[in-house]
Design a protein around this ligand. Structure first.
Ligand code: UDX
Length: 463
């Protein structure tokens, strides 16, 4: 088993593990987590370290892998907590049954993708809810069904509640129904689960809300901000949170594109100073190729569709989305400007995951860029510390793959840094001098290259 370095989170967590009163209070609780993606699996691995937890996912292959302690995706610290929780009794199954539904807390963490029309697809949500309802008939206890998945406003009470109430069951009598959105980030999913910045619990009555908030107060010994509200407000909070962060990114990317045309300016300097205004804040002002991943693109789109449906035209969110889709052109235009004809040019793309510390390439702008380069008939070679396998599934033999961040540069006409992996910061000038034409486009401005033989272009640095 890997050695887990001591940090603040693990210290806080160890304090919890070593406190026997807290352990007992939590240990008596039966918990089910349905849907084992980043949110569900991190939660199961965290709670499973002392409580009585079962994880459920319809994907049998995933369940088999988890039963042997192997996470189905790369996420820092997850394997450590998972293995520890399994030793403590955490188990997994691919079937929902009466035993699972009779848990004190049944967390639903299934995926809520968008369909071809850009609207939220609640199929997983509906199926799981119907399945839970079937198994809730004649239960002796009153489970709390907790919606952690991101769902558009109104879903919990207008869509999920009627499904759960089939079979003559009543919310707040036979079961409680809570909305408890999650704010964790991939790449720090465990850390964010162990130490969330806020906990939002929405419900229809105080008694049902308190059951969950009391549990959270025991688990999170540190005084965590816990907000109690109604279901629909909890749903709006989640979308507002993600849409605001996406807006910040599109905003700073727009400023980067302006700086690009202004010699002597650097978007990072601008971001640093405006971030000193507490009304703005210094986070999420890192300009780059645009946001990707499984949340922002999908959630901004779902919010736009939802707003249109209820009769509001969300022009701001449309602009955030469009700015993001066009940002890849800022990179492509730099390549075109410096290489002119792209045909048969060897382009090295460094970083494929949508952000560092994950192997996830969903909605990654790197994938979009590689597709554009292929359309321009470039010879593309890529590197990523974790995401090569996933990328191979998309491009197969259409591109080349390099195992080393330095080798990917050999003989290249242009290197493009897309994901700010730590290891790219260690690349030396001599690595770039292996290129046929040392042109480096750094979309995240992580490199410091001063050798005159290298043409370094930082996105958002005026030149
Ligand atoms: C996001 C939210 O942060 C999280 O609260 C929510 O629960 C799920 O969605 P995640 O998608 O895992 O988390 O990653 P995040 O760190 O937010 O980054 C999203 C994208 O924005 C990445 O492509 C990242 O590179 C980009 N980004 C982020 C920027 O371009 N600049 C920034 O300053 C921050």
């Amino acid at each position: 088993m890997q050695n887990y370095p001591k940090d603040n989170d693990s210290e806080q967590y160890n304090r919890f593990l070593n406190n026997s009163i807290l352990q007992k209070a939590v240990h008596n609780k039966k918990i089910a987590v349905i849907g084992l993606g980043y949110v569900g699996l991190s939660l199961a691995a965290f709670l499973g370290n002392k409580a009585n937890v079962i994880g459920v996912d319809a994907n049998k292959k995933k369940i088999n892998s988890l039963l042997s302690g192997v996470p189905p995706f790369y996420e820092p610290k997850l394997e450590y907590y998972l293995k520890r929780a399994i030793r403590n009794g955490l188990t997994f199954t691919d079937q929902i049954n009466k035993e699972i539904v009779s848990s004190d807390f049944v967390f639903i963490t299934v995926g809520t993708p968008i369909d071809n029309d850009g609207k939220i697809d609640l199929t997983n949500m509906r199926d799981v809810s119907a399945n839970i309802s079937e198994h809730m008939i004649n239960l002796k206890n009153r489970p709390s069904i907790i919606i952690k998945s991101t769902v558009v406003p109104g879903t919990t009470m207008r869509v999920i509640k009627p499904i759960l109430e089939k079979n003559k069951l009543r919310e707040s009598v036979d079961f409680d129904l809570l909305t408890n959105p999650e704010f964790l980030r991939e790449g720090s999913a465990m850390q964010d689960t162990i130490s969330p910045h806020v906990i939002v619990v929405g419900g229809s009555n105080n008694e049902s809300i308190r059951k969950l908030t009391n549990f959270y107060r025991i688990i999170y010994k540190k005084k965590q901000d816990i907000v109690e509200t109604n279901n629909v407000t909890a749903e709006v909070i989640k979308y507002a949170n993600n849409a605001f962060l996406a807006t910040k990114i599109s905003f700073i990317n727009s400023i980067a594109n302006i700086c690009q045309k202004l010699p002597g300016t650097n978007v990072d300097k601008v971001a640093q100073i405006i971030g000193m205004d507490p009304r703005i804040g210094n986070q999420f002002l890192k300009a780059g190729p645009g946001y990707g991943g499984s949340c922002f693109p999908k959630d901004v789109q779902a919010l736009i569709s939802f707003a249109n449906e209820i009769g509001y035209e969300p022009i701001l969110f449309d602009a955030v989305k469009n700015t993001n889709s066009l940002q890849v052109n800022a990179i492509l235009n730099l390549v075109k400007h410096h290489l002119r004809d792209l045909k048969n040019k060897k382009i090295s793309v460094l970083g494929l995951s949508f952000k560092e510390n994950t192997d996830d390439i969903r909605e990654s702008i790197s994938v979009k860029l590689v597709n554009l380069l292929l359309r321009h008939k470039c010879d593309v070679i890529v590197h990523d510390p974790k995401a090569i396998d996933n990328t191979y599934q998309v491009f197969r033999e259409k591109i080349k793959y390099s195992k080393s961040a330095s080798d990917v540069l050999a003989g290249s006409d242009c290197a493009i840094i897309m994901t700010p992996w730590e290891k790219y910061k260690d690349l030396k000038e001599k690595d770039f001098l292996k290129m046929r034409n040392p042109l480096v486009i750094d979309s995240r401005r992580i490199l410091k290259l001063s050798n005159r033989k290298i043409l370094y272009i930082g996105l958002g640095i005026g030149n």
